[in-house]
Design a protein around this ligand. Structure first.
Ligand code: BJ8
Length: 361
């Protein structure tokens, strides 16, 4: 984990220098708050995409002058990082992409707009219907045009294919890591795995892929030797719910210092965001764009109604990771996930899978 600890220690240092060097060389930086913003399109337009921080409280007194107090912590944090001037990624971004996912985010972007140099808002469907898919495709085409305008690069099939392969390689490395987390005893702590999933959004894609594969090489040896970071028999917990953005490690830390181990995250900083690859076999821009839509349309965020796939995925993950129980992590005032948490808990408990719903900031 040395590399990831280093990345985190330099998250406001060397990585920012990287980005500024890229900008000097003419590359644009696109900041995003949601896994629905396709990195494949940004990379194909020769832009770098970074996840924007929303995992800690800053400048809350200032934030509450702009947003109602009972707004979810993630949205408030977005504003806190801006108003407290603590996010160099936000300041380095040439375009910030907002998305119409939950009501909180969609309205918050209206207020964020005047505070930043360029906010681009993407509409996101709310139902997994034919119309929903068409809307996502139209919006991804519009985003492609906006990226082309920003960077001056025309996205052709070759560029798109290359970008898809870069992101797929990143995803495949994460899949390899997830598979290794299924071992008993656990070969890696949930905190370390979460950090890796968080760095996914910040690091240079190629460097990230290589680093995850290196961890996996080491973990494979540990698994062969039955070498765990927690003793065999340690209760295994699956986390499900809202994303945990950097530097939010609160709940995993509590779990793992209380005699249990986190073996998986059903989260956008986790398997919900990384589960699917894009089919890179298309020959035309349209075929490849369709394949990108196919990947993202499967993301089962709680903003969708109904959202039965998420329930099935939680159950599948419990089996795959041999979890003894599930903790549903819901941010206060997050209507979509808190409402779904009741359905998730009921479905799991009907199957005798112990579930704890935690609502927190
Ligand atoms: S695809 S989960 S990253 S929207 S916690 S701001 S939902 S009120 S974060 Fe998300 Fe994209 Fe969905 Fe994933 Fe709103 Fe809830 Fe706040 Fe949330």
């Amino acid at each position: 984990m040395g590399y990831f600890d280093f990345v985190m220690s330099e998250v406001h240092g060397l990585r920012i220098k990287d980005l500024l060097d890229e900008k000097k060389a003419g590359r644009k930086v696109i900041g995003s708050y949601c896994v629905f913003v396709p990195e494949e399109i940004a990379l194909a337009g020769n832009a770098t995409m970074v996840g924007l921080c929303a995992g800690a409280d800053f400048a809350m007194e200032e934030v509450e002058k702009i947003l109602p107090r009972n707004t979810c912590a993630l949205n408030k944090s977005t504003f806190g990082f801006k108003l407290g001037k603590v996010c160099p990624y936000l300041e380095a971004s040439d375009m910030i992409v907002g998305e119409n996912t939950c009501d909180g985010k969609k309205k918050a972007y209206e207020s964020l707009g005047p505070l930043v140099s360029y906010i681009y808002v993407m509409d996101i469907p709310q139902m997994k219907s034919g119309q929903g898919r068409s809307l996502l495709k139209t919006e991804y085409q519009r985003f492609k045009q906006a990226v082309e305008k920003l960077t001056g690069v025309t996205i052709d099939a070759a560029r798109l294919k290359q970008a898809i392969e870069t992101v797929n390689n990143k995803l495949k490395a994460i899949h390899r890591l997830s598979k290794l987390r299924q071992a008993e005893p656990a070969a890696i702590s949930g905190l370390d795995a979460l950090l890796t999933n968080q760095v996914f959004f910040y690091d240079n894609p190629q460097r990230f892929t290589d680093s995850v594969n290196k961890i996996c090489d080491e973990l494979e040896k540990r698994v062969q030797k039955n070498d765990g970071v927690f003793p065999k028999g340690t209760p295994r917990v699956l986390m499900s719910g809202c994303p945990m953005a950097v530097p939010n490690w609160k709940l995993p830390w509590i779990v793992e210092t209380s005699g249990a181990v986190l073996v998986g995250e059903e989260s956008c900083v986790g398997e919900r965001g990384t589960r699917n690859l894009v089919n890179a076999s298309g020959k035309t821009v349209d075929e490849l764009m369709d394949a990108i839509v196919d990947r993202y349309f499967q993301v089962d965020c709680a903003i969708f109604t109904p959202n039965p796939d998420r329930l099935s995925h939680v159950e599948e993950m419990v089996k795959a990771y041999k979890a003894d129980g599930v903790i549903h992590y819901g941010l206060q005032f997050c209507a979509p996930y808190l409402m779904e948490s009741i359905q998730v808990a009921k479905a799991l408990e009907d199957k005798k899978i112990p579930t704890l719903r935690i609502e927190t900031d």
